[in-house]
Design a protein around this ligand. Structure first.
Ligand code: PGA
Length: 255
């Protein structure tokens, strides 16, 4: 069975004391221990947030990573550095990284491979832009992003990966995809993985939806058969809002 997951993508928000206070507040409001919660803060917060997460049984994620282990790569952070901080997950290929920092599918693939090699579970983000959606290119774009990112991996690595379907137009816009549309894309992602690897692997991969998830729409996404959770940006910054999202997700998943 795929364990449902809600991941918080804090992006470039919060300082250390705000972050630790969030975790303590959030943990008090939480009544959903069976569901996996991952907190993904900015790099400078990883140590403090990690300590707080371990106190409360939450998982820790980073928002990016370079593929080399060490060397002259000014400004980059390596998988070994993340391992040292006991990071469990790493978001790879978020659309903000692709759009604002020029990350390509090939770079995303190298990062995914490095994360797998170092046993940090990647949360691979894929999604189409508004123009691509309007041109009916959604499935083609997703297919290309998934296939390139996972090329060369073993099925045993792929089955542990988390994929987040995040339509670019839905991120931070207040305009989420419908659960039915997101479910159809998630089904397509499983089909692609089934063809690239095998059916068992496709069934094991967890697929999240991301893009304007909030406390009011989370239930619909959790009810969708192919969707195993959510990657939450804006609505993950407030402890009570995020706890409401996770508690609702757990109620739906374990009903
Ligand atoms: P959002 O962001 O929830 O604020 O739309 C999601 C994301 O970028 O991962």
């Amino acid at each position: 069975m795929r364990i449902p997951m809600i991941a918080a993508n804090w992006k470039m928000h919060k300082n250390i004391s705000e972050a630790v206070q969030f975790i303590d507040q959030y943990a008090e409001l939480l009544n959903a221990a069976q569901l996996e919660t991952v907190i993904c803060p900015a790099f400078p917060l990883l140590a403090a947030v990690g300590e707080a997460c371990r106190r409360h049984g939450l998982r820790l994620g980073a928002q990016n990573m370079y593929w080399e282990t060490a060397g002259a790569f000014t400004g980059e952070v390596s998988p070994l550095m993340l391992k040292d901080l006991q990071v469990d997950y790493v978001i790879i290929g978020h659309s903000e990284r692709r759009r604002l920092f020029g990350e390509t599918d090939q770079q995303v693939a190298r990062k995914i491979k490095a994360a797998c090699q170092h046993e940090i579970i990647p949360i691979l983000c894929v999604g189409e832009t508004l123009e691509q959606r309007q041109a009916q290119q959604t499935l083609g774009v997703i297919s290309e992003q998934v296939t390139t990112a996972l090329a060369g991996l073993d099925p045993s690595q792929v089955r542990k990966i988390v994929i987040a379907y995040e339509p670019v137009w839905a991120i931070g816009s207040g305009l989420a995809a419908t659960a039915a549309d997101a479910d159809a894309v998630a089904a397509q992602v499983r089909k692609i993985i089934g063809e690239q690897f095998n059916l068992k692997t496709a069934q094991d991969v967890r697929i999240l939806y991301g893009g304007s998830v909030n406390r009011d729409n989370i239930a619909e996404f959790m009810q969708a058969a192919e969707i195993d959770g959510a990657l939450v940006g804006g609505a993950s910054l407030d402890a009570s809002v995020f706890a409401a999202i996770v508690n609702t997700a757990a109620e739906v998943s374990f009903a």
